[in-house]
Design a protein around this ligand. Structure first.
Ligand code: ASP
Ligand code: MG
Length: 424
């Protein structure tokens, strides 16, 4: 069996959904589990609904909600000319569930509400796509992923309970696959009390990897609007080239530091079972794409990835004690306590600098916690540029006359923190 993942761009309008069906038809002899994200930019749109709901801006909330509704209405109208089709009721019911939540004043924590509200995007998209598949004789079961991917209740960044998840997936999916295709939601999970959780933004790739792992898939494919993994982001650089093969570890390094083509969490479950990961184009399904697998690392071209929204925290010891291993362990403990992701570090006798994801709320709380013992200075508006397998010429070109806040060079791999406005 094989696992496919289709992201938002691949189902952004009715025509794109028809294209997805035509891709699936190319695999008539395969058992397929198909993981689907929210359509187009629905997750962003749902975040706006939530924000307005949370801030009690009811007018704004209604406007944002209307946009989500209109978007999905365009999808159903484009795909189901028969207005009596049951999909119209199904979509209506999902939206009613959402409106029930939105009618009450917020009583719960923000992160919990986020998952209950924003997760609606995937319920809508999978309902539409699976109804359409059945309509065009691709026999499909809609599977509620919240019964399969079992998580703890760390809302917005839920941790997988692997044992329960594997049990549930093995119990449900193989039987369904004997009847046809299976379509399920990316990004979502469910707690033991049956509340919806989410796995972090762009988490649908990870969902597909979880299914691949639990079902010992022959391979997994992510269908994207780019030809595969490129040497740089085509939105930021001219003429990047396709990388045809990547090792699991190279893929983790690239995605962890900002390559947006795959979610970084995707690789490990696949690596554990040596399941190859194909990154292919839904615009050009014949194209070679990239395969990530158990390959030897050799002869890679230089590759550039950029991680945005970074900040540097420079912590200087107030009491003039050295920042030594004891202080280090305390500092990291505090960073972990506030769930701040550290991307780079540097230290001197009295100072410790970290490049972190600039999550303003978390950083504020961290600074308050450290203030007793450290002078903390924050520099924001930065990005982290990672160059792998660089050449001297490329390195010199990137550094040029730019102000570099932090720099690290290990062999031919370089990381530079610079102003976010720098054009490379
Ligand atoms: N729909 C979610 C998001 O946009 C998950 C995903 O697309 O992977 O973050
Ligand atoms: Mg996506």
């Amino acid at each position: 069996m094989r696992v496919f993942k289709f992201g938002g761009a691949s189902i952004k309008d009715a025509e794109s959904i028809q294209n997805v069906a035509s891709i699936v038809r190319r695999f008539p002899n395969d058992s397929l589990v198909i993981v689907i994200s929210a359509s187009g930019k629905t997750t962003n749109a749902m975040e706006l609904v939530l924000k307005a709901y949370w801030e009690r801006d009811l007018e704004e909330m209604q406007a944002a909600l209307n946009k989500v509704k209109a978007h999905h209405k365009a999808l159903t109208d484009g795909l189901f000319p028969n207005l009596e089709h049951p999909v119209y009721n199904e979509i209506h019911d999902i939206l009613i569930d959402l409106e029930w939540i939105l009618e009450e004043e917020p009583q719960d924590e923000f992160d919990y509400l986020y998952d209950q509200i924003v997760g609606t995007g995937e319920l809508l998209s999978t309902t539409i796509v699976s109804a359409y598949f059945n309509e065009v004789n691709l026999k499909t079961t809609w599977l509620d992923v919240r019964d399969c991917i079992k998580t703890d209740n760390t809302y917005r960044d839920a941790n997988i309970n692997w044992e329960e998840t594997e049990g549930a997936i093995k119990e449900k999916v193989p039987t369904l696959l004997t009847q046809g295709l299976v379509i399920t939601q990316g990004f979502l999970g469910g707690t033991t009390e049956n509340f919806t959780t989410t796995l972090g933004r762009e988490g649908s790739d990870f969902t597909a990897a979880i299914f691949s792992y639990c079902l010992d898939a022959q391979d997994m494919s992510i269908w994207k609007d780019v030809p595969g993994v490129l040497t740089a982001d085509p939105r930021l650089f001219d003429h990047p080239t396709l990388v045809e093969q990547l090792s699991y570890s190279e893929a983790i390094e690239m995605t962890y530091y900002g390559a947006q083509v795959i979610h970084p969490k995707t690789i490990r479950p696949l690596q554990n079972k040596t399941i190859p990961l194909h990154v292919k184009s839904f615009i050009d399904p014949e194209g070679k794409g990239t395969v990530i697998g158990a390959f030897e690392d050799k002869n890679y071209p230089p590759m550039i990835v950029v991680k945005k929204e970074q900040a540097i925290l420079r912590m200087v010891s107030k009491d003039f004690f050295f920042v030594d291993e004891v202080k280090f362990s305390k500092l990291f403990e505090t960073l972990a306590k506030h769930r701040i992701k550290v991307n780079m570090t540097q230290n001197t006798a009295l100072a410790f600098s970290v490049c972190v994801n600039d999550d303003a709320q978390k950083i504020e709380a961290l600074i308050a916690d450290l203030e007793m013992n450290y002078e903390v200075k924050k520099i924001e508006g930065l990005k982290l540029v990672t160059i792998r397998h660089t050449s001297e010429a490329l390195f010199d070109r990137i550094i040029d006359a730019r102000k570099i806040y932090l720099e690290e060079k290990i062999g031919s791999n370089i990381q530079l923190v610079m102003n976010k406005e720098e054009i490379l």
